[in-house]
Write a protein that binds this ligand. Structure first.
Ligand SMILES: NC(=O)c1ccc[n+]([C@@H]2O[C@H](COP(=O)([O-])OP(=O)(O)OC[C@H]3O[C@@H](n4cnc5c(N)ncnc54)[C@H](OP(=O)(O)O)[C@@H]3O)[C@@H](O)[C@H]2O)c1
Length: 333
């Protein structure tokens, strides 16, 4: 019997401005029955990432462009409701890029079975793109050495809160930058950071100097803009600057101008590199196992912020840009 499903469709390209309600349209469609080799999936959770705004804007060339009327792209965890000889069995939970839809018919390609002893949502948070981004950015690009000082912007977010703890595991001192005293307290008391800097209190550069007196060996930047500039002013000799994201510019029309303090890379013999985590996709299963091991042996805590209700998907995405989320932003359907 055909299944009726609600879907959030793209209805605007939010370039140079914040996301607005009119950028999405709620639609209801009838799905056809799964053909041979296909499955009917019911979405249980959606995962949210600041990069989704870039996909809506069509500024990212590492993914296909999004057109008006497309189902909003995003990660999800789904339950297999019906399998017509598909890759997964009825009752299996799978995850991947499933989009903002309550149900979908899928052939299972690029989906992975949820196989973890942790709660299933972990595959979108600590074991998902978030966790592997923290792992690859820090270890493959930042190359920390025990004793290094690692400075992380966006530290109380999903990725940042994992980076600090991985830095601890590598024997480094972790200093995090986040917005507001409550998040900073959480960073030190629960997220394993040795010190926290509240960028909303101002004087970021002075605060970095106070907490990193010997300079910063590894910067893991999720924010860009003036915070990156202040971090660059405080690097130690041989520093590695990892550009993971730049959320401070996601609502401006243009890509940011180069940081004023970039020449400190010359004085301090530093290097700065960006990365796209998908380049290490073949290593994700192994990296997930390592991250799961860290969680199981108690050296890695993770935080999820789970909102409720499919109708709240656009509002949930907006939370990332107002800093309302603490840890990985998810939505339960
Ligand atoms: N390179 C890659 O392959 C890759 C892969 C995945 C993610 N990323 C990037 O990694 C970054 C973190 O992603 P996430 O999923 O972990 O998101 P997140 O950090 O959980 O959420 C975004 C956080 O950014 C902060 N923020 C928002 N606007 C800001 C501003 N104007 N200035 C300073 N901070 C601001 C907010 O925290 P405060 O309350 O502290 O302001 C907010 O909680 C993003 O930039 C994302 O695009 C990159």
């Amino acid at each position: 019997m055909p299944t009726t499903t609600r879907q959030w469709l793209l209805n605007g390209h939010p370039r140079g401005r914040g996301i607005e309600d009119g950028d999405f349209k709620l639609a209801e469609i009838e799905l056809s029955d799964p053909k041979e080799g296909e499955m009917l999936l019911a979405t249980r959770y959606l995962g949210f990432d600041p990069a989704q705004k870039g996909w809506m804007e069509n500024i990212a060339d590492y993914v296909a462009p999004m057109e008006i009327g497309d189902v909003m792209r995003g990660s999800g965890i789904c339950e297999v409701i019906e399998s017509n000889g598909g890759r997964f069995q009825k009752g299996d939970w799978v995850f991947g890029t499933t989009g903002w839809t309550e149900h979908l018919v899928h052939d299972g390609r690029d989906l992975t079975k949820v196989e973890t002893d942790l709660p299933p949502t972990a595959v979108l948070s600590v074991l998902g793109t978030t966790g592997v981004t923290a792992y690859c950015g820090l270890f493959k690009v930042g190359k920390p050495v025990a004793g290094d000082t690692v400075l992380v912007s966006g530290a109380a977010g999903a990725t940042g809160s994992v980076v600090g703890q991985l830095a601890n595991i590598a024997g480094c001192r972790a200093v995090g930058i986040a917005g507001g005293p409550e998040k900073c307290k959480w960073l030190v008391e629960e997220a394993g950071y040795d010190a926290a800097i509240d960028y909303k209190a101002g004087g970021v550069r002075e605060q970095i100097k106070e907490h990193c007196p010997r300079g910063v060996d590894v910067i893991f930047d999720n924010v860009g803009g003036s915070i990156l500039d202040d971090m660059l002013a405080c690097i130690a000799t041989g520093a590695r600057v990892v550009i993971c994201g730049g959320i401070s510019r996601y609502e401006t029309g243009n890509l940011p101008a180069g940081p004023q303090n970039y020449f400190n890379l010359v004085f301090r013999r530093g290097s700065m590199a960006g990365f796209i985590v998908l380049d290490w996709a073949s290593e994700f299963p192994l990296i997930r196992k390592r991250l799961e091991g860290f969680v199981n042996d108690g050296s890695l805590n993770y935080q999820e912020d789970i909102q409720q209700g499919f109708e709240n998907a656009p509002e949930t995405l907006k939370r990332l840009f107002s800093g309302k989320n603490k840890g990985k932003q998810l939505l339960q359907l």
